[in-house]
Design a protein around this ligand. Sequence first.
Ligand code: HH2
Length: 289
Amino acid sequence: MYANTSRDLPGAVLKAGRFAFPLDRPLIMGVLNVTPDSFSDGGRFLDHDAALAQARRLIDEGADILDVGGESTRPGAPEVSAADELRRILPVVGALAGTFPVSVDTSKPDVMREVLSLGVAMINDVMALRAPGSVEVVAATDAAVCLMHMQGTPRTMQQNPVYDDVVAEVGDFLEGRARAAQAAGIRQERIVIDPGFGFGKTTAHNLSLLRQLGALRARGWPVLAGLSRKSILGKIAGRHLGDRLHASVAASLLAVERGAAIVRVHDVGPTRDALQVLRSVLDDRFSIE
Ligand code: HH2
């Protein structure tokens, strides 16, 4: 049985501003980091023309959503002010948010407020709306939100992550955050949850979460999986950062096969092709006519 159909997912449609995504096929979120220091594409798209060209390329390759970030969350990354974050992302967000589903990767309510006023479809928050005021900012709009789990902060998260039962603890946290968001007025159909691969997790923790992604999905909200180019894949495949495409595509396939509704990836074209093959096999309604 195809793991991710409207038949067995309670929220059959993800509502994100004026966009609605039926969840009967996996969605691809293309990553665009407008930062000097993101772990895989830092520095490449700080120039606005380069950022816009990359955004258009990801859209052409088949991205359903474009996730724009102005602050790196890699382990040990320095903090960035809201003003600097906005300075980095506003040109590309402003150029695209009116016509394409744009997500902004931020934890700052001031950044959220500003980009939501430009019509972005989704806020992707690695802090799961824990910054004071952020739930209210999102609740005042009809944008979607991705709530991600992280143990610790980007500065400290990889120092010594410890869990008794990582799948249960991450699931309990995300369910708590999703319920808090709903209590504040964000409807269930606008919420996505994400285990936060690599955020305060050892390789063993990450693998347990990927193996049991179905348990997370069973909590009742669509699941986003972000494994693209991450160090866990480098360790497994023995590959440096620039050479993790194949491992990343494999990880996205496995995440979707285990119930992910959205995969967040840097390499949209190859991921799209692989997911088409997966769909053609797993979804008996798949048709190429
Ligand atoms: N991973 C990164 C950043 N944001 N958001 C969600 N929801 N899930 C993730 O797994 C996730 C995320 C890290 O990747 P990247 O954006 O490429 O790097 P950086 O944080 O260094 O900019």
